[in-house]
Design a protein. Structure first.
Length: 52
């Protein structure tokens, strides 16, 4: 599997909310908050307060 945002990179994990495959760089974004989520679900969680 490959990262949804970076098709040239292998996936290192999946968003716990939507299941999107993510590479290490994408995982680092949400990892700052102790979460494994894609950027879209992370924004939805923090901005809208949804559980994605």
């Amino acid at each position: 599997m490959h990262c949804e945002n970076h098709p040239d990179r292998p996936a290192d994990g999946r968003c716990l909310s939507c299941g999107t495959y993510l590479c290490e760089a994408c995982l680092d974004i949400a990892g700052q908050y102790g979460l494994i989520m894609c950027e879209e679900c992370l924004l939805r969680l923090f901005i809208k307060g949804d559980n994605a």
